[in-house]
Ligand binder design. Sequence first.
Ligand code: ADP
Ligand code: MG
Length: 683
Amino acid sequence: MQKGTIGVTTDNIFPIIKKFLYSDHEIFLRELVSNAVDATQKLKTLSSFGDFKGELGEMNVKVSIDKKEGTLTISDHGIGMTAEEIDKYINQIAFSGAEEFLNKYKNDANAIIGHFGLGFYSSFMVAKKVEIRTLSYQENAKPVMWSCDGSPEYTMSEIDKKERGTDIVLYIDDENKEFLEDSKIESLLKKYCRFLPVPVIFGKEQEWKDGKYVDTDKDKIINDTTPAWTKKPTELTEEDYRKFYHDLYPSLDEPLFWIHLNVDYPFKLTGILYFPKIKNNLDINKNRIQLYSNQVFVTDSVEGIVPDFLMLLQGVIDSPDIPLNVSRSYLQSDSNVKKISTYITKKVADRLQEIFNNERKQFEEKWDDIKLFIEYGMLSDEKFYDRAQKFALLKDTDKKYYTLEEYKTLIEANQTDKDKNLIYIYATDAVAQYSYIEIAKSKGYDVLLMDGQLDIHFIGLLEQKLEKSRFVRVDSDIIDNLVRKNDKTEVSLDAAQRNMMTTVFKSQIPTLEKAEFMVMFEALGEQSQPVIITQNEFMRRMKDMSAMQPGMNFYGEMPDSFNLIINTEHPLSKKVIEETEKDCHAEIEPIQKEINELNDAIAKLQEASKGKKDEEIPVTEKEELRNKEKEVDSLRKKESELLTQYANKHKLVRQLVDLALLSNNMLKGEALSQFIKRSVEML
Ligand code: ADP
Ligand code: MG
C-alpha cells in the first residue's frame, strides 16, 4: 500500500472545499458524471484510431445509491487510470494564489472548480470519504484503489477489479444525506445530464403491476444521447424541431421560428434557438436559453453570452469553448464569449432575413409576436439595426405591413410637408384615436399603428436614423398642421376678440384631473370640426417615456397638455364669436377701453423710470404704478366674470367643447351625462 500527501501548496484544500463552497453543492454530480463521460469518449476515440484493440462492450455510465452503506457511486467503462495516472492527475494539484482567489469567489463553486481544475475534488463538498476504484484499459494494467477521507492524506492500494473503467464511490457525509435520495439524484441527473452523449443509467424502468409501480430488470436511461441540436439541419423535420422545443419547455405554446446554429470556426458552437410566443413575463423568466458544454448542462443564465435582446429567445446553445465550470466575471471578459454573442446576433438576423425573403406572408403573420425582439435588438445593437432595417416591418391601421423602404415610397408623395420633411403619422390606440385616424385617412394619409411596448423608443430611433423624417401622433395637431403643405390661413380675429373668445371657451372646459388646456385659433375651413382637441407631441412623448423609466417621475407628474383649437371658419364657432361680440359688446367695450388706457399710462410710467435706480424714482410714481396695475387686474377679473357668466348661459359654447372632448374620449362621468341632457334639450 502506498501512502502519501496530496500535493498542494496551501495547507489543506479540504477545509476550503467544504467551507467555502456553500452554494451549488449539487454540481459535484455534474463534475463526476462528466468525468465518466470523458473517460468513455476517450476510449471510443482510442478505439476508432486503432489504439485500443479490445472490446468496447457496453459503454455507459451508471449512477447508483447504496442506502445501507451510505454511498453514491458513479461507474464507467472508460479508459480507467493506472496508479501512475492517479498520482499525476489526482494527487498533484497545482494550487497557487489560492487564498485571495478563494475569498473572492467563495460563493461560486464553479469559479473555484474551473480555476483549479478541481472537478474531481468537488466530491468532497458532500462526501466524508471518497474512493476511486479503477482499472486502466492499458495492457497488463493493475486495478487500484485510491482512498481519501478528507484530510490531505490518501492511501493507494491494489485491489481486485475485473471490469475496465472507474468507480467513484462517495461516502456521503451527514449534512448531505439528501444526495442519497433517489428523487434528488434523479432530478439532478435530469438537470445536468439530460443530453449527455453517453447513456447514463440510474435505477430500473418501472411497470404498473398489481396496483403499484415495480422495477423491471431493464436499466433506466435518463438521457437523450443525440438531442436535436447535435444533428444536421438536413436530418431534422419541422416536427423534430417542434418536439425538441416541447421536450425543453413542456408547458409552452408552439414556437414561432427557430434557428439552427452550427459553426466550427473561429469557435465551435451548435444549438437551436426558438422565437417563442410570449404571453407573459413569467414565461420569459422560467423558460430561458440553456447553455451546454459538450452536451453537459452548464447554466440557464446566459447574460453576457447571448446579447441582451436575444435573452428572450429560448432553446439551447452548446459550445465546448465555453468551459464547464466558469464564473460569471470570466464569461463576460472572455473574447470567445464576445465572438459568440456577435455570431448569434448575425445568425438571428440572417435567418429572419431569409424567412422574410422566402415566406413574407408567414413573416407578416408572426410579426406582431416577434416585433418586440426585433425592435429591442434594433434599439440596443447598431449592427443588428443595420441588418434588421431590411426586414423590420411597420404596420398601419389597415393592418397592412410595409418595410421601412416600402413605407417611405408609399407616403412620399402625399405626406411630405412644405419643408421637405417626410411625415409619418401614427396612432397608439386604434379605438381611442378613431376619429383622428378617419380624418387623416380622408385626406389620403396613411396612419401607422404603433401600439407596442417599445414603439415610443422605436419612433425616436427611426427619427434619428431616417433622414428628414418626423413622426407625429395622429391627434397631436389638427390635420392641416400634421403635414403642413402651405402657409397657414390667417385667423381674422383681433387681439381683443381673441382675448374675449379665449375666456369664453376656457370657462366651459370641465376640470379634468391632470390635464391642462390652451385655447388656440386656427382658420381651418368650413369642412373641419368647429372645435378640436390635440395633444402636444413633445410633451406626450416625454410623459410616455418617463412612464417606462423609473426615476424620471418629473415628467410623469406634470399634467397632460392639450390644445383646444377653435376653427374660426366653421359656421358654429363663427356664430359663437359673433353672438358673444353682439351680446357682450356694450359691457365689455368700456372695460377694455379702460384697460387700454390704464395700460398706456402704465407703459408711460415705466418708460419714465427706465434706467433709473429704485431710490431715484419718486415714491408717488411707484405708488401710482402699483395702483394702476391693481386696477387692471381687477378690471380683467370683472371682464372675465362677465364673459364666464355669459358663456355659462350660452349652451352652444359648452356643447362645442363637450363634442370635442367626446371625440377625444375625454368626456366622462357627470360631464358626459350633462352633455347628453343638454343635447336632448337642444334638439
Ligand atoms: P478535469 O476533468 O478538468 O481534467 P478533474 O478534477 O475533473 O479535472 O479530473 C482530473 C483528471 O482525473 C482528469 O483529467 C482525468 O485524467 C482523471 N479522471 C477523473 N475522473 C476519471 C474517470 N472517471 N476515468 C478516468 N480518468 C478520470
Ligand atoms: Mg472533470
